[in-house]
Design a protein around this ligand. Sequence first.
Ligand SMILES: Cc1cc2nc3c(=O)[nH]c(=O)nc-3n(C[C@H](O)[C@H](O)[C@H](O)COP(=O)(O)O)c2cc1C
Length: 227
Amino acid sequence: MTVRVLGLNCSPRDNSNSGILLEESFRRLHEKYPGEAETEIVALRDLHIEPCKACNVCGKTKDGKFIPCVRADEDDVQMVLDKMVAADGMCVATPVYFGLPTDLFARFIMRTRPLRHQDFKLANRVLGVMATAGRRSGGAETAIISTWLPFIRNGCLLVGNGDGTCQFGAYGWAGARGHIRSDEWGMEQGFQVAERVFTVAKVVQAGVRAADFKNPMVFSYSAGTRP
Ligand SMILES: Cc1cc2nc3c(=O)[nH]c(=O)nc-3n(C[C@H](O)[C@H](O)[C@H](O)COP(=O)(O)O)c2cc1C
């Protein structure tokens, strides 16, 4: 069984450092584990993404069925949500903007709320983050941690990189488009994140199959009893 890893490129610009980091990391993943991984990269900048309307409809049911997001037919978001649900693991690559992931990421991630409201469809997907900053101390760690938070709310499992020191993710150090290529350590960390996501997703995949839970989140979730 192959492990499916989805890359989300959250840069608003073309030929971005974030895109290069994802592409090169996935290239090396295929090189090291031939035939074992399926990867795809979605560039959010290429998509039409409307903001969440905060209508709260996605948390409701009608005739025993969840009501879909009211914006599901208005833009490209549903297509990405389907890819996230189909994935075993995800790598999010974002530029650091004021110590945070991009506004493009924020706009997109709020639209994952139906997945959370509707039986935690992203439960146990493995997530790693690659953050690229123009400055060495420009906020890569805060951006990584901020990126994690909505995924925790979605029931995902967070990993750092897979080298001996297990850092919080990949820290790219680059300003202009393409400069990430000369950041040897950032590129190495990007691969380590992709590899860590891949290996942990493989373990989770095997464990979930063995445990045979229909949805490992649902048994602990009881609507109406939450504070
Ligand atoms: C609005 C904006 C805010 C930024 N904020 C930061 C920052 O807080 N720290 C930093 O080191 N670099 C900052 N940068 C620089 C980018 O993180 C850097 O250019 C990065 O390489 C962009 O990645 P990309 O090529 O994937 O878009 C900022 C750039 C922009 C446009």
